[in-house]
Structures are given as C-alpha cells and as structure tokens.
Design a protein around this ligand. Structure first.
Ligand SMILES: [Zn+2]
Ligand SMILES: [Zn+2]
Length: 344
C-alpha cells in the first residue's frame, strides 16, 4: 500500500511524495489522517527557525481513524477515532528519570524530528494514541494537542479562582486559554488583541472584555481589573516588546506566563529590582506532558467550535500555509477528504 506525504527538506522546502507505507513495528499503529492542524511551529520550521529533521513528514496536531494495529499492546481497535500525543522521550536522561519527560534532552516530536501527520496514513506507537468519542468532529479532535499545551500552561500558572487574568493574543491557542480561564473561575478575563474578529472570538470563549492593545490603559480596563493590575498575565503572542508591556500590568504578587514562542534573539529588559519590589513570579510552559487525557476529556465541554476553521486538501498545502500566515482561521489539511465520510 502507498501513502501520500508532505515532506519538508531543510534545503528544498516542501514536496508531496507518493511512497510505500512502511511496515508496522511492534507496538505501532497506522492511522488514516482525517485532519491535521497547522500551527506556529510549522511556520517556524518552514522559515528555518525551529530545528527539524531533514525530509520529515510535518504535522503534529492529528486526528484520524486507526487503520491497522501491529499487535494487541494497546486497547485500541481498528476504526477507532484517535488523536496523537506527538512526542517521543528517551526515558534515560535526568529529566525523564525525574518525571519531567517533556524537558527530555533527547526529545523528538512527531512532525518535527519524526514523521508526523501531514500524510494520508501516519504511523505512530499505539501508546501515544488517545481514543476520541466517534461523534467528535475531527477538526475538534485535532485541537486536543494544542489544548493539552494550554492545559499544561494553566497548570504552570496555577491561578486561584476569583482572580483576574489578562491574556495577550487570541489566536486559536489564546482562545483556548480564555476558555480554560473561564472554566477555572477566573474573573475578570480581559483579552488584548489587535484583530477585531479575534476579539469577537475572545468574547465567545468567555472573556469579559476584549480590547485593542492600544486600549489597555482605558478606564474600561481599569474599572474591570482595578488600578493595581492583574493577578495573572499571559503572553500568548511571543514578542518581547509585548511581553515587556505586559509585565507592567501585573499586580504585586502576580504571575507572568510565557506561552507564545518568541524568536530566540528577541530580548527584553527586566530589572531584578522590579521582580523584588513586585514579588513577581515568571513561569514558562513548554508542550503538554500528561495533559492529553485531560484535553480529550475537555474537548466537548469547551466552546471550541467557536474557533473559525478552514480546511485544505493535502495537495493544496501551499495555499494552506498562506492562510495559516494570514491568521484568520485555524487551518487544517484534510488528507482523506475524498474517502472520509466524517468530513462529507
Ligand atoms: Zn503546535
Ligand atoms: Zn529523556
């Protein structure tokens, strides 16, 4: 059997290839991919800003149907709708041995260092697949991966219910952070976002107020959040200048969460005195350790269908990446659109 796959060469860019489907190794499963989300990491890979393997099949936000299982090492069955936890940890480094596998020094991501989901049929270990309710829209199913990242970041932030939060940036992940803040009882939830349609999305996800970044000093924000600033402030954009401004909006004793992925050389100035005087806590958050099961559990309880989506066949990958950069919708490739009843 053959599959079609979107492979990325670090020298020649993207190309679609028709290739034989590899034999399954013990413990592996093949998945007919129904939807694979594009995210900022994919754009960074194309721009050469994110280390990836040469000639890798891209795609790490995957939802599909189990086609074949090598053995009975999992409780999955052929035909199950699944999503993928797209990381492989070495199990032997100091972080893996300390329960911090996501910080593994030999970590490999599917769709980054290992072949991922931008293909008609993906192969992955069955143990990193999570069964979904068969009624779930595959576009929502593929959101489990970014949602799992957002759940981990909320764990890191660990806000108390009834406290305020400011989230800067309301792309798909920012929108998920708004929904998780709402579910956690944070109030008020204020979103800073230049795009009007994304501000509307923020309100649908549960924000109390969504403003243009230029309006963060408005009386409206101060009335809602108080003069002292926010208990929690989240940078979901990944730009140092924005992060610097956000740091000024944290109240004493508050916490700053770095969620957006900034360019490696994008720096900001922060004085130790500022951290001391305000007793600030600054936390980072990377990928999604042990949060996939919870993401799957929350998929149907959050208003994720409010996130605008747009799908492209695998052959239209160039248009898909253009649309991803435009940022108006959550973009998906649907490699099996023609033979998938679910997407009909
Ligand atoms: Zn991603
Ligand atoms: Zn390790």
């Amino acid at each position: 059997m053959n599959r079609t796959a979107l492979r990325h060469s670090t020298t020649d860019g993207l190309r679609l290839v028709d290739e034989p489907l590899p034999e399954l190794a013990p413990g592996e499963a093949s998945i007919d991919v129904l939807a694979v989300g594009l995210c900022g990491t994919d754009t960074h890979i194309l721009e050469g800003n994110f280390p990836s393997a040469d000639n890798v099949i891209m795609g790490h936000e995957v939802c599909g149907v189990v086609r074949e299982l090598a053995d009975d090492s999992s409780d999955l069955a052929v035909g199950d709708l699944v999503t993928v936890e797209p990381h492989k940890y070495c199990t032997a480094c100091t972080y893996c041995r300390s329960g911090d596998e996501h910080l593994c020094i030999n970590k490999k991501g599917y769709g980054v260092k290992l072949d991922g989901g931008m293909t008609t049929t993906m192969i992955a270990p069955a143990r990193i697949l999570y069964r979904l309710d068969p009624q779930i829209d595959p576009l929502i199913g593929a959101m489990a991966e970014p949602l799992a990242c957002c759940i981990h970041s909320m764990d890191r932030l660990n806000p108390t219910s009834g406290t305020s939060i400011l989230i800067s940036g309301c792309g798909p992940a920012g929108a998920m952070l708004v929904a998780l803040s709402k579910a956690r009882g944070l109030t008020p939830i204020v979103v800073s976002e230049p795009s009007e349609s994304r501000r509307e999305l923020a309100l649908k996800m549960g924000a109390d107020l969504a403003v243009h970044p230029d309006e963060l000093d408005s009386p409206e924000v101060a009335t809602l959040a108080g003069e002292q600033g926010f208990h929690s402030v989240v940078d979901a954009v990944g730009r140092a200048a924005i992060a610097r401004d956000l740091l000024n909006r944290i109240r004493k004793g508050g916490t700053f969460l770095v969620f957006g992925v900034a360019a490696p050389d994008d720096a900001l100035s922060l004085t130790p005195r500022e951290v001391y005087d305000k007793e600030l806590t600054i936390v980072g958050s990377i990928i999604n350790p042990y949060t996939h099961e919870r993401a799957v559990a929350m998929l149907q309880s959050l208003p994720l269908e409010a996130i605008p989506t747009r799908t492209f066949p695998l052959t239209d990958y160039e248009a898909a990446f253009v649309a991803q950069r435009e940022g108006r919708e959550k973009i998906y490739l649907v490699p099996n659109r023609d033979n998938a009843k679910r997407l009909a």
